[in-house]
Design a binder for this molecule. Structure first.
Ligand code: ADP
Length: 251
């Protein structure tokens, strides 16, 4: 069976010459939840923006991203954007409508659904994101955590098979973080989560991939990878607290 996601030697250079991705290859199996970790500037956000063709700006090179075995090319871009939902790091980049309803409806409206079909998708997604009764609110007047959940509802309303999340728990208070974690745990789709929240990785992701300077420097089961203190420190990370209770080397 083909992987839900496969990257084959993905490279990307920004217009100013910054080499953000220097040949990334890995795959994610269907249903898997993978953590993408690494210091600031490692290339995590840039990588996620490639998963549904937001980057590169032109898709005329050799395909480097494969979704359920199919190469991501210009011809299948619409289909790929339905299959892979990307939650941006900054909610303000994703919210642009006067009401929460309109924002969450934006994606499903591109699919040619009836108005009733769109409304059903919106209310199911809002419910899932814990935002019932938020339909008429204005996104700009919500708290940061609520905005993030509206963005997530917008992604979920498209019913993607793969979810790519960029720092989903940053700026959330402990309750918001706990609720989001539960929500993600219950979503039965393939997930790739870029985050500095290493406890979230340990708790939700069976596998983690460490990125540094645009390259994959390590990957493996989250618990053992993140317990490798020298590896963590070498890449600007820290062994998460919850792993400190185990003493793998008997110390
Ligand atoms: P991360 O998400 O791991 O913090 P990014 O993907 O944001 O890393 O950044 C990877 C590299 O690309 C960094 O060196 C960063 O400075 C650079 N970069 C990110 N966005 C841009 C941009 N729009 N223009 C130029 N360089 C960028």
């Amino acid at each position: 069976m083909s992987a839900a996601l496969e990257l084959r030697n993905l490279r990307y250079r920004y217009g100013d010459g910054t080499e953000a991705l220097r040949g990334i290859s890995f795959s994610v199996a269907e249903g898997e939840c993978v953590g993408l970790i690494g210091p600031n500037g490692a290339g995590k956000s840039t990588l996620l923006l490639h998963l549904n063709g937001i980057l590169p700006e032109r898709l005329d090179g050799a395909p480097a991203v494969f979704v359920f075995g199919e190469p991501l090319t210009e011809a299948v871009l619409d289909k790929m954007r339905r299959a892979v939902g990307v939650l941006f790091q900054d909610p303000d980049d994703q919210l642009f409508c006067p009401t929460v309803f309109e924002d969450v409806a934006f994606g499903p409206r591109q699919f040619g659904l009836s108005e009733a079909g769109v409304a059903a998708r919106v209310s199911a997604a809002l419910k899932r994101a814990g935002l019932e009764h938020f339909e008429k609110r204005s996104p700009i007047h919500l708290s940061h955590g609520e905005k993030r959940r509206v963005c997530l509802a917008g992604v979920l309303a498209c019913e993607p098979r793969v979810l790519a999340l960029d720092e989903p728990t940053s700026d959330l208070d402990p309750r918001g973080r706990r609720e989001l974690k539960e929500l993600l745990r219950q979503l039965p789709v393939t997930k790739i989560i870029a985050t500095h929240d290493l406890e979230l990785v340990v708790e939700l992701c069976s596998r983690a991939i460490v990125l540094d300077r645009g390259e994959v420097v390590a990957q493996g089961p989250s618990a053992s990878l993140l317990a490798d203190e020298p590896l963590m420190l070498a890449h600007g990370l820290e062994m998460p607290h919850i792993l400190r209770h185990h003493h793998p080397h008997g110390g």
